[in-house]
Design a protein around this ligand. Structure first.
Ligand code: 3PG
Ligand code: MG
Length: 394
């Protein structure tokens, strides 16, 4: 696979797939511009190399031409993040778009309209992909967050280009994932949390052959605890996954990976911030009570493992951190990861909730790498070959 640094962009137009699918507030202001900022190095690189950039992205999941999801609403913020003028055209294929793309000069940037205004995008249609390919000389994919989608702009379009490559963001994300999956810097520890074990079973299975330690917190821990015969009271539980969790525990033993589950939890009577709470043994939670965060003993045990680690992956919160009463465990784990990073460990954090937690606790810049991909990061860690990456290789 080629990278932008392997190609000369002098007097060429790069058609760059970026992932500007950013969260918006009610006034269509960008709430988190991390994904836009993350595309800047590639755009700067191509322009410094003498090229022009045509940017394409999706925003949300529109059904047809939904003007609420037009990229024009975020154009100003795109310009601010990229620190340059960006022209905009209200379509992404067709003669007008080709004309606009043909008229841009080296050093200029043109943003196309939301790709998903066309159903053909999601279907990965050939004809639509060929039309897209008309507006660039080189295809660059820098949309890591969308590489798990086999869409026209992320996958099919690549076949219509002789010159194609990965952008600097995509490169960095692939390298970070590889530092976890094929790391030589041991011990390797994965901290996995979140509400549902069903969404993380495949990734845990794949991680068992990679990691030395697997720390499990969040709502998903209770299905594991139940599988080991614990009483979890009213805690969140996926009964149809109990057997799967038991299998994972057995598999971990065979692979020599240490699984650590919470010893104690913060139990609450009600699912609300001002509920009555108590710290209890996680294997004997009273009926009517539910575990909503890891307890202090667990914090200590997790911290010890994290401090001894050289490579750390963190995906998913340890409790209902959105409520202050149940945010302590997630904060403690976040601080442990930051401390280990300071001592030289490599740390990768991904997934919407863990990234939100980093922001909440003001430590966003204190880990080695924050992934811009949710689903894309999980699928990479599951060991899948992502269509957006595969397309650059063929
Ligand atoms: C994301 O935010 O997950 C990516 O931008 C992909 O969007 P999608 O989940 O709507 O395909
Ligand atoms: Mg998604």
């Amino acid at each position: 696979m080629k990278f932008v640094t392997d190609i000369s962009f002098k007097n060429k137009k790069a058609l760059i797939r970026v992932d500007f699918n950013v969260p918006l507030d009610n006034h269509k202001k960008v709430v988190d511009s991390a994904r836009i900022l993350a595309a800047k190095p590639t755009i700067d690189y191509i322009i410094n190399d003498g090229g022009a950039c045509v940017l394409m992205s999706h925003l949300g999941r529109p059904k047809g031409r939904d003007q609420n999801l037009s990229l024009k609403h975020i154009l100003k913020q795109i310009q601010q993040c990229l620190s340059r003028e960006v022209a905009f055209i209200n379509d992404c294929v067709g003669p007008e778009v080709e004309k606009a793309a043909n008229s841009i000069k080296p050093g200029e940037v043109l943003m196309l309209e939301n790709l998903r205004f066309y159903d053909e995008e999601i279907k990965g249609e050939e004809e639509f992909s060929e039309k897209l390919s008309k507006v660039g000389d080189v295809y660059v994919n820098d949309a890591f967050g969308t590489t798990h989608r086999a869409h026209a702009s992320t996958s099919t379009v690549a076949k219509f280009f002789i010159e194609k490559c990965a952008g600097l963001l995509l490169k960095k994300e692939i390298e970070s994932i590889n530092r976890i999956l094929v790391s030589k810097k041991r011990p390797v520890t994965a901290i996995i949390g979140g509400a549902k074990v069903s969404s993380k079973i495949t990734i845990i299975k794949n991680m068992l052959s990679v990691v030395d330690n697997l720390l499990i917190g969040g709502g998903m821990a209770y299905t594991f605890i139940k599988a080991q015969g614990g009483g979890v009271g009213n805690s969140i539980l996926e009964p149809d996954r109990v057997a799967g969790c038991l299998e994972l525990i057995g598999e971990a033993e065979r692979q020599g990976a240490l699984i650590l589950l919470p010893k104690d939890v913060v139990a609450a009577e009600e699912f609300k911030n001002n509920s009555k709470t108590k710290i209890v043994d996680s294997y004997s939670i009273d009926e009517g009570w539910m575990g909503l965060d890891i307890g202090p003993e667990t914090e200590k045990a997790f911290n010890k493992v994290i401090q001894e680690s050289q490579t750390i992956l963190w995906n998913g919160p340890m409790g209902v951190f959105e409520m202050n009463s149940f945010s302590k465990g997630t904060k403690a784990v976040a601080s442990s990861v930051v401390e280990a990073t300071k001592k030289g460990a490599f740390s990768l954090v991904g997934g919407g909730d863990s990234v939100a937690a980093l922001k909440k606790f003001n430590i966003y810049n204190k880990v080695s790498c924050v992934s811009t991909g949710g689903g894309a990061m999980l699928e990479s860690l599951e060991g899948k070959v992502l269509p957006g990456i595969k397309a650059l290789k063929t």
